[in-house]
Design a protein around this ligand. Structure first.
Ligand code: PEP
Length: 258
């Protein structure tokens, strides 16, 4: 049980985006493992590019570090050139998958309709989905944050059985905070994350209590403490701050003791 008073184990997940070759990933995990192996009460995950998944699964076996992919197709197989499916990830030993990251939504045309299929497909295959949601700067300035979050959470989880909602991890990532160095204030992050949890509670209060909701957007070892202690925040999805093993381990350490 964390010091926030809930029973959800915090998750610190590092989204490497398109960074690190296989050998760089291996060097990272070798440096990370000794720094996190004794941490209690926190789940630690790294999300490398596809090519490094197998190497990291092998290196992290028997350690507390889980390996997640950054995307997948909803179909188990098919004529979808360039895509990777959930069963392929499972066979490699991958634990979960990021879905609906804003970079995929904005640059690669990921739609809520596609996510409606991807989230249940991940669960069905035995992967933990991290569903990313969040508003743009324009939406925030127009007072549209809640409307956007409601739309994304309701649409993207529409085909997830109510009894499995608690298995989905949701990452609230305000798009204006990603890679910008502009982290959301603790008040704003707590408010948005409590709202996301309330949206899940509209379908099931019990499941909403199980659902881990992370914050993402310019989290660093220097600013994570004030976010991770907030009552509704169950960890962080970390981009730039996850590329260095020392700084990533420091964030995991803050979550373990929050
Ligand atoms: C992300 O890519 O999910 C992210 C939060 O990036 P950063 O931490 O670099 O803002």
């Amino acid at each position: 049980m964390s010091a926030t008073g809930n029973r959800r184990t915090p998750l610190i997940a590092g989204n490497w985006k398109m960074y690190k070759t296989v050998s760089q990933a291996e060097a990272f995990i070798a440096a990370l493992l000794p720094r996190v192996s004794s941490l209690q009460g926190v789940d630690v995950a790294v999300c490398p590019p596809y090519l490094a998944l197998q190497a990291l699964v092998d290196s992290a076996r028997g350690s507390p570090v889980q390996v997640y992919a950054q995307n997948m197709h909803h179909a188990p197989e098919g004529a979808f050139t360039g895509e990777v499916s959930a069963p392929m990830l499972v066979e490699v030993g991958v634990h979960g998958v990021i879905l609906g990251h804003s970079e995929r939504r904005q640059m690669f045309g990921e739609t809520d309709r596609a996510l409606q299929l991807k989230v249940p497909a991940a669960l069905e295959a035995g992967l933990v989905p991290i569903l990313c949601v969040g508003e743009t700067e324009e939406e925030r300035e127009a007072g549209d944050t809640e409307r956007k979050l409601r739309h994304q959470v309701q649409e993207d989880l529409a085909r997830v059985e109510t009894g499995r909602l608690g298995e989905v991890v949701i990452a609230y990532e305000p798009i204006w905070a990603i890679g910008s160095g502009r982290v959301a204030t603790p008040e704003r992050a707590q408010e948005a994350i409590a709202f996301v949890r309330a949206l899940v509670a509209d379908r099931s209060r019990e499941q909403a209590e199980r659902t881990r909701v992370l914050y993402g957007g310019s989290v660093k070892s220097e600013n994570c403490g004030e976010l991770l202690c907030l009552p509704d925040i169950d960890g962080a999805l970390v981009g730039g701050g996850s590329l260095d093993p020392e700084s990533f381990a420091a964030i995991a350490d803050a979550a373990a003791s929050s």
